[in-house]
Design a protein around this ligand. Structure first.
Ligand code: SAH
Ligand code: SF4
Ligand code: F3S
Length: 449
């Protein structure tokens, strides 16, 4: 033994912790951020305690979402003394900008989604001792944040961004301000990514954008429906989903593509927001109740049964009892398989901020409750009718306490199923299941062998 003292080897790698709030766009952005940081020599860790760099990818869609971010930052303030670096990414970062440094002085990095490709540079600046670094000014860029380093968390099912930003400016919505103007990727680059994913063993692709139906190929080659069909035809791809579509741009050609290409899933999420044309007008949604129902009729006349889901806002300024009743009536008329409903929340920069938010919170809460109860009844009836039918699921995993496997149908429903002990369906494989029971939000079945 030499006399040299044995110094415990410290892990030389820089570590980061990343927590993600918000929509699928943020989830996918985080996959890109993780990939970029790993490429820069960082290692992802599971807790704030273990991390040198703590990042929050934030959502600003409703006030509650924004408050959550600031509460989280306050919770972890104590770690600043330990020399950790804090960064705020995403929609609150873009919206609040440098004001975040005032509210949370221990934050060193504030970066909106269009500036993520500059993250490595920004981190170098922080390492060099710069106290505050921002990436906020790049929202007009035509380039999307594409990276070959995307670290997808699921090895079977993955997102592909086809369009960033939003130009719709609905009266209540922060997205056009946080994510900037609409810019599409070329269909060629989307298809190249889809092929690459298929080569890696992915079988399900979800095309992503705040507004996928306004996709405009910068090379002028393909419409959204054509791109959708082309992704569905990539060898190896068995399922394609897309989210979110705006009713104004939702063309019949999308339904025709679903009819023509069997890999396109039988599910469309088409947010309606309100069943009252008067409220839709005040929301600047650019369609009437009748035009929305026309799109529903296209879907209902499709060859396969398309499952339809939606988003609703209750208590928008000026929403009367009659307007709300019109929304309830619309739920009946359409027969949705899921409704994501929210109380109206006034947001910074948006046009509806100027409107009087006069409906008291209790009334909004009441409307939300009535709506969800009604929708629950609708779903109970709708889900029941699948009992006795067969369908294919993508296996997602196992629910050990219940001794069930978890699967997802083409309709995007959760289908929990049992299988004989000898059968062990693997995550990411497809399995035939006989549906034997139903709940308001999921189905029950048995593996068919
Ligand atoms: N791009 C999509 C989704 C936008 S955000 C679309 O156009 O539909 C997801 C949902 O959040 C919206 O559909 C809407 O129902 C809800 N939402 C957006 N802003 C809101 C606000 N200020 N208050 C309450 N709900 C809101
Ligand atoms: Fe927001 Fe409307 Fe754009 Fe959807 S379409 S992201 S609700 S502005
Ligand atoms: Fe939220 Fe931004 Fe998505 S505000 S919903 S994370 S686009």
């Amino acid at each position: 033994m030499s006399g040299v003292p044995q110094v415990p080897q410290k892990d030389p790698q820089k570590t980061f912790y990343l927590e993600t709030f918000g929509c699928q766009m943020n989830v996918h952005d985080s996959e890109k951020v993780v990939g970029t940081l790993v490429q820069e020599g960082y290692r992802q860790v599971e807790t704030v305690e273990q991390a040198d760099l703590v990042l929050y990818n934030t959502c600003s869609i409703r006030d509650k979402a924004e408050q959550k971010v600031f509460n989280r930052l306050a919770d972890y303030k104590k770690y600043k003394k330990q020399g950790k670096t804090f960064g705020v990414l995403g929609c609150v970062a873009q919206q609040e900008g440098e004001k975040i440094f005032e509210r949370a002085p221990y934050v060193s990095l504030v970066c909106g989604s269009a500036s993520y490709r500059n993250l490595p540079d920004m981190l170098v600046q922080i390492e060099a001792g710069k106290q505050r670094v921002t990436g906020l000014d790049d929202r007009e860029t035509d380039a999307c944040f594409e990276t070959e380093f995307t670290a997808r968390t699921n090895p079977h099912r993955g997102y592909i961004t086809i369009i960033e930003g939003c130009d719709k400016f609905c009266a209540y919505c922060v997205v056009p301000y946080t994510r900037g103007k609409e810019r599409s990727r070329t269909s060629e680059s989307v298809l190249a990514e889809a092929r690459q994913m298929a080569d890696l063993g992915y079988t399900e692709i979800q095309l992503l954008g705040q507004n996928v139906s306004s996709f405009k190929d910068p090379a002028g080659k393909q419409t959204f429906a054509e791109l959708l069909a082309a992704v569905g035809e990539v060898p190896g791809i068995r399922r394609v989903r897309f989210t979110t579509s705006h009713p104004r741009d939702f063309g019949r050609d999308i339904v025709d593509a679903i009819d023509a290409v069997p890999t396109l899933c039988d599910h469309v999420h088409l947010p309606v927001q309100s069943g009252s044309t008067r409220v839709l007008d005040a929301m600047q949604r650019l369609y009437t109740r009748e035009q929305y129902l026309e799109r529903i009729a296209w879907m209902k006349s499709a060859k396969r049964e398309i499952s339809i889901t939606t988003d609703v806002i209750v208590g928008f300024p000026g929403e009367t009892e009659a307007d709300f009743a019109a929304t309830l009536g619309l739920l009946e008329e359409v027969g949705y398989d899921a409704v994501f409903a929210f109380k109206y929340s006034p947001r910074p920069n948006t046009p509806s901020l100027k409107l009087d938010d006069a409906i008291p919170d209790e009334e909004k809460a009441h409307r939300l409750e009535v709506l969800m109860a009604r929708q629950r009844e609708i779903q109970i009836t709708r889900y029941k009718k699948y009992i006795g039918t067969n369908c294919e699921v993508m296996v997602e995993g196992r629910n050990e306490p219940r001794a069930q496997w978890i699967g997802r149908t083409t309709h995007n429903k959760t289908l929990n199923f049992t299988a004989p002990q000898t059968a062990t369906p693997k995550a990411g494989t497809y399995a035939p299941v006989l549906i034997t029971g139903s709940f308001p939000n999921s189905l029950l079945g048995e593996l068919v062998i």
